[in-house]
Ligand binder design. Sequence first.
Ligand SMILES: Cc1cc2nc3c(=O)[nH]c(=O)nc-3n(C[C@H](O)[C@H](O)[C@H](O)COP(=O)(O)OP(=O)(O)OC[C@H]3O[C@@H](n4cnc5c(N)ncnc54)[C@H](O)[C@@H]3O)c2cc1C
Length: 586
Amino acid sequence: MTGVTGARTAGSSPGGRRSGGAAEGGSIGRGVEAAASAGGGRATGGGPQDGGSGSRAARASSGSAAGGRAEAANAAGGRAEDANAAGGRAEDARAAGGRAEDARAAGHAEGAIAASPPARQSVPATLAGVPAPELDRHRAAVAALRQAYQELPAGEPVRLAKPTSNLFRFRDASPALHGLDVSAFDHVLHVDPVTQTAVVGGMTTYEHLADATLRYGLMPLVVPQLKTITLGGAVTGLGIESTSLRNGLPHESVIEMEILTGDGRVVTAAPEGEHARLFRGFPNSYGTLGYALSLTIELEPVKPYVHLRHRPFGSLDDCMSAVGQIAADRAIDGVPVDFIDGIAFGPDELYLTLGTFSTVAPWLSDYTRQQIYYRSVQRYREDFLTVRDYLWRWDTDWFWCSRPFGVQNPAIRRLWPRRYRRSDIYRRLVAFDRRHGLTSQMNKSRQVSPREDVIQDVEIPVEKGAGFLDFFFREVRMRPVWLCPLRLRCGASWPLYPLEPGHVYVNFGFWGTVPLKPGQPDGYHNRLIEDEVSALGGRKGLYSTAYYTEDEFWRQYNGQEYRALKRAYDPGARLLGLYDKCVRGR
Ligand SMILES: Cc1cc2nc3c(=O)[nH]c(=O)nc-3n(C[C@H](O)[C@H](O)[C@H](O)COP(=O)(O)OP(=O)(O)OC[C@H]3O[C@@H](n4cnc5c(N)ncnc54)[C@H](O)[C@@H]3O)c2cc1C
């Protein structure tokens, strides 16, 4: 592969500072081998994490069956007694001669993921498998919500009343918008390990969803990085994560959805049948056609740990061609790539993080404590996390956006309670600041030049990715940028967010502010980005601000199909329109 720089020697992996770790980090096998031979596989010396992780590391690779199993169960988010079912054992590494690839094979041979059935069975019918009392409660909640919706004053817009949001359009808390209480739809109704599916309330956060499925050694096919993103929000608002090159986008693993439509019906939308058009048009409709009350989704088996390899690149082109190569091979150096994302710190410093499920871990890092995940990407060449810690690796520091709160300063970090190092806490602080205009007033009184929020995710065809980053670093000058490759899983495009099936795209995420020069209006940089994305054949997500004219917007997001769906499912326009919501910020 072009451009994949070899492992660095100095400071190249956490192993350099933890006995038993890999010195160079270049190969998955070496780390495990070293760990296996050092004191019976025991990782000593704590490593770069604080005390807690050192002891966890020791437990993970101690070779003690009990310790290893308990850790595996924890890793899979399950209970100790689920250990055999949920995960593999640390001894597998040594049994396999210390080579990770073999260890994975050994894990399979011994049925390490015993809770994960070999193959999915039939696709369930609506709410199938949900236990009777739960089903009764759910049906009663649906009836009550329908009634509440009907009773809302006609002709006035509606919104979801829910405790969390990950939108970055801060509208006024307008009294004219009526909140619909959807708290009855915030939990998992059923996980079926046989069909590898789950029936989930539409407002369930991924944190709760992942905990419920990991107990069975399963996870959703795509788990967005922020704990309070909900399943309904990610399906209607397009989530993405590091499995998206393999598994596409969250809505592509939905089997069916129960939707309260704008005209007050409750319908079941599936890929086939009467409401198939609504099913396909729901992604990127942002709650303007209806609200998903329950969703049946596919799950996939996990292993207890994720082995991460951070590959550095010195140029944009090299990094993008490596993405293309990995997309073609679905592997690197013969090791399957289960997860891939990355960071561009600048045009000549980029990293791809390649993750592979593993039944063994010679050490475990923990970035919910003093260490910060995104910095580890620059510092180390390889790392190990439990699958749960991997899923939430970005949440603790909201990618890198916790910095303005001081949380990345070691002294403040120590004082900031660990349970409050979460993306939803930071977002609440930002929302409070915006509502009360605190920062902008302070900046005005200090005569600081105005800044523009540039908080966006865009999808660009991989072959244009280097061009986009070049433009971005030149014109917007914000860094770092998150990279996440994706490829649609289904053979057909999704009408309101058209991407080409089979084509590889890279999602670029950037979240911060940039100074405005005299004469540049607010939105100047966002406008530049929108134009560049369109010119490169890309697409921009709509969770944040947008500046498109109405014509441009409907060209980008298939106005014709949207209008047809709106006529069919919300003819009275009880719900806001997509342009009003996403561009006019209503
Ligand atoms: C800084 C930042 C980084 C982000 N990074 C990522 C990322 O890396 N990966 C990723 O996947 N996403 C990311 N997002 C975007 C996020 O996934 C979307 O904003 C998503 O829509 C949020 O879902 P939520 O559940 O928090 O919904 P909310 O924020 O509450 O609502 C989002 C929209 O969806 C509608 N909605 C919510 N629930 C439902 C439902 N059940 N049925 C119908 N409509 C509904 C709401 O009406 C609203 O219009 C990021 C957002 C921010 C601000």
